[in-house]
Design a binder for this molecule. Structure first.
Ligand SMILES: [Zn+2]
Length: 323
């Protein structure tokens, strides 16, 4: 099997011109040390097929996306995730942090408020790439109609026993969901634009796609003096472009260009409230504007969770004849 796949085009915007930032052999230090340390707890992760391959990072001149080219091949990634990271010898998922669960429910509440105000019915939500199913279980417990999809069916029996509809990723129904959650998905995939298209097709008109991905604003500076062995979450960590796993590191502009061809429109988040770009803003008096400014300063503002990630929401417009 081929262990790598060439990606001559930017995976976010499709531009051809990329500048090489990093070019290292997988079969030598520092990457051999990185892989041995980072995956020490995962005996099923086998990197032999990458021995003679190179880890190269390119930066898109057009949108700033930094991406692996070549990237590990689909066949390699299939083995890596199914036998290595989530295989029978892998350690159990870490226990969830209560703050993360709280954030999931709060963010979902913001979305459900928006959707309910739009059409008045109970929304159907889909967790794309559900993994252990944590997001989906919390959504179902919150009372919304919940679905989940994944490449792997390993969590389906548990999910279905909680009333969650399960789908394979390549068999999603069309125009079925009001909200699709993709969290820590787009950075792992070879062709994120295909996933966006699939999600846009599965959304009902008026529905929302969320994209949450890692984001490191200092990544380019760190790559000038890279420390490949810096632990995850440490100041010098290069986890944003983790070899094998994080194939794409998106700038905010990259995400907007990624969804553009699918016809989705970026939404705005003000404090904890969503709005479409087409929603008319009521003109505010000076006193009201001061109040808004003061609340934004003093009050709580929506932030992506965990730190080091960016989250954007995109809206599927309702065709004018259907309004
Ligand atoms: Zn690009």
């Amino acid at each position: 099997m081929s262990s790598t796949l060439d990606r001559p085009l930017c995976p976010a915007c499709g531009a051809t011109a990329g500048k090489c930032l990093v070019d290292l052999p997988y079969g030598e230090a520092p990457l051999t040390t990185y892989l041995a340390q980072f995956y020490a707890a995962y005996p099923g992760c086998d990197f032999t097929a990458l021995q003679s391959a190179r880890y190269r990072l390119e930066a898109c001149d057009h949108c700033g996306c930094i991406y692996q080219n070549p990237a590990p091949s689909p066949e390699f990634l299939q083995e890596f995730y199914h036998r290595g990271l989530y295989g029978p010898d892998a350690p159990p998922y870490p226990s969830p942090e209560i703050e993360h669960s709280e954030h999931i429910v709060r963010e979902l509440t913001m979305v459900v408020h928006f959707l309910t105000n739009q059409n008045g019915r109970r929304p159907a939500v889909l967790d794309y790439g559900t993994g252990s199913g944590r997001w989906a279980f919390l959504a179902a417990a919150s009372g919304v109609e919940t679905h989940a999809c994944d490449l792997s069916t390993h969590a389906f029996a548990r999910l279905e026993s909680a009333g969650i509809g399960c789908h394979l990723i390549d068999a999603l129904p069309a125009a079925r969901f009001d909200y699709i959650n993709t969290d820590q998905v787009m950075e792992h995939v070879l062709a994120p634009a295909d996933i966006v298209r699939r999600c846009a097709n599965a959304l009902r008109p008026g529905g929302i796609l969320k994209i949450g991905v890692p984001y490191d604003p200092n990544l380019r500076a760190k790559l000038e003096q890279p420390d490949w062995l810096a632990p995850k979450h440490s100041p010098h960590s290069l986890n944003g472009v983790a070899p094998v796993e994080h194939l794409n590191h998106f700038e905010p502009r990259s995400l907007d260009l990624l969804v553009q061809s699918s016809g989705l429109q970026k939404m705005t988040v003000t404090r904890w409230s969503l709005a479409t770009s087409g929603q008319a803003r009521t003109p505010q008096t000076l006193r009201q504007r001061f109040g808004t400014w003061l609340r934004a300063k003093l009050g709580e503002t929506y932030r992506a969770y965990p730190a080091g990630t960016q989250t954007c929401f995109y809206h599927k417009p309702v065709p004018s004849h259907a309004r």
